[in-house]
Design a protein. Structure first.
Length: 476
């Protein structure tokens, strides 16, 4: 293990977070809020500490796959811990565990909260809270790669952090790939902010809500999430959530005018089909006086849960079993690989289904040789293997987390959906942790388990598992 290169990379990341903290600090100064001081102290301290760590001499700058996984896992833990400091020292979230829960939820774009009323926070802290979604949406390390000299080794970092079964470079160099991703991401975010302002949302709210929509996070600036905004704003957010849940490779293909390739994307087609079919079923299950109102709220909640954003226009906790059952199911399917959304990812669901079909065909035609194909291409055995291993690891972590937090004594619906909502980076679940509830009632141990689930879910499990593996740190 090359500990020095890991330390040096963490120094760069701490320094970067300090720079990012300057934006909410300036906002606090603009609004004449005292809390800007706590953001400024954290920003200054991070820049100084990060700069000192970067002075550590490094003989071997190579980043192997193992270092890439460890750097990725540590980066998200460190970013969350530093991001929690302003909330702690300002007194708005005095418990470090609660502050860590809030910022981990922010950076992992989960949107689960321990705050009973977010409107009590000053605007600069509200902005920082939502800004964590935008930073974490495309990836902390992907953002950092824009500012450093790229190498082939750094692809190990991008693969370790990016969601989905496999990640490839869009363009020859890693840095150019990171720039391309963030150019698309930033442009879409700006368009969303402008659209919400035109629709009547205040500028501050539109920025914060757009950060949550772009990162598929779900932190709002009002206690009722999105419910108090007009239908035009809610519709724009619905469209935004669906768009940010699509693989960003699709937008790259649009930029280079490879429109034919889009028609071959099974994942996007299935993703949109799940969205529309689920919206119709939930509409039927919640049908009231107005079909249009029912469809409006149904499509919003389906988009919010499926893309793992977590916003709400209504208390879906009060819905009947059928629509709630649909929401629980799409919690697991999630969004597309290569998007800012969480969950298992639609591409994995497709691969699992195709493997079942292939196995059934092998029973009826034992001598036939069939390969699993996705987007018209054969899926190699390594991808199949890692996809299956991912599911086993996912089930193991899910069950273990479920057993541990069960000791807190909440009902099964609350307990089950708490784990589902955190490991899939959704935010609100059902029961006590529904759209009008929060996670404040959980014990310290349970909160740390759910923090682990949020970070593990965002990083596709293995970077965090490798970080805590004894063999990773064993000297050979």
């Amino acid at each position: 293990m090359n500990e020095r290169i890991i330390l040096k990379m963490l120094g760069k990341l701490i320094q970067l977070e300090g720079i990012l903290l300057i934006l909410p600090t300036l906002l606090g100064v603009y609004y004449s809020e005292k809390s800007f001081f706590y953001l400024a102290v954290t920003a200054g301290g991070s820049i100084i500490v990060g700069s000192l760590i970067r002075l550590v001499p490094v003989k071997n700058s190579r980043i192997r796959a193992k270092e890439g996984f460890v750097i990725t896992a540590l980066a998200w833990l460190v970013f969350s811990a530093i991001g929690a400091i302003p909330f702690c020292i300002s007194g708005y979230i005095p418990s470090f565990t609660d502050a860590m829960f809030e910022t981990s939820s922010g950076f992992t774009t989960t949107g689960a909260s321990i705050l009973p009323n977010v409107e009590l926070l000053p605007k600069c802290l509200l902005f920082w809270r939502s800004f964590t979604h935008w930073i974490g949406g495309m990836g902390i390390l992907v953002f950092m790669l824009i500012f450093v000299q790229s190498s082939a080794d750094e692809m190990n970092i991008m693969r370790a952090e990016s969601p989905g079964p496999s990640v490839e470079k869009m363009v020859p160099k890693v840095r150019e790939t990171a720039l391309t991703l963030y150019a698309i991401y930033t442009t879409m975010t700006v368009v969303l902010i402008v659209a919400l302002i035109i629709a009547g949302m205040p500028a501050f709210d539109s920025a914060c809500i757009s950060f949550g929509t772009a990162g598929t996070g779900g932190f709002g600036v009002k206690a009722d999430s999105i419910a108090s905004y007009n239908y035009a704003c809610q519709t724009i957010i619905t469209i935004g959530m669906v768009m940010f849940g699509i693989n960003f490779n699709v937008y790259f293909l649009i930029l280079i005018r490879k429109f034919k390739s889009l028609l071959k994307s099974e994942e996007v087609i299935v993703y949109l089909m799940i969205f529309f079919v689920s919206s119709v079923i939930v509409t039927i299950g919640t049908l009231g006086d107005s079909i249009m109102d029912s469809f409006h709220h149904a499509s919003f909640q389906v988009a919010s849960v499926m893309t793992t954003t977590g916003y709400a226009t209504t208390d879906f906790n009060l819905w009947t079993t059928l629509p709630k059952g649909i929401l629980v199911l799409i919690m697991f399917s999630g969004a597309c690989a290569g998007s800012t959304g969480g969950g298992l990812k639609v591409s994995r669901v497709i691969l699992y289904f195709k493997q079942v079909v292939r196995e059934m065909q092998s029973y009826t035609h034992p001598k036939s040789v069939r390969t699993v194909r996705l987007d018209g291409k054969s899926v190699n055995s390594d991808t199949i293997r890692t996809t299956n291993v991912f599911l086993m690891a996912y089930i193991f972590i899910f069950i273990t987390s479920l057993l541990i937090i069960s000791f807190d004594g909440f009902d099964l619906t609350t307990t089950f959906t708490s784990v589902a909502a955190t490991i899939n980076n959704i935010g609100p679940g059902l029961g006590v942790v529904g759209p009008v509830g929060n996670y404040a009632g959980y014990s310290i141990l349970s909160k740390w388990v759910l923090i682990f689930d949020m970070i593990a879910g965002r990083l596709e499990l293995f970077p965090v598992l490798i970080l805590f593996s004894v063999s990773t740190w064993r000297k050979k």
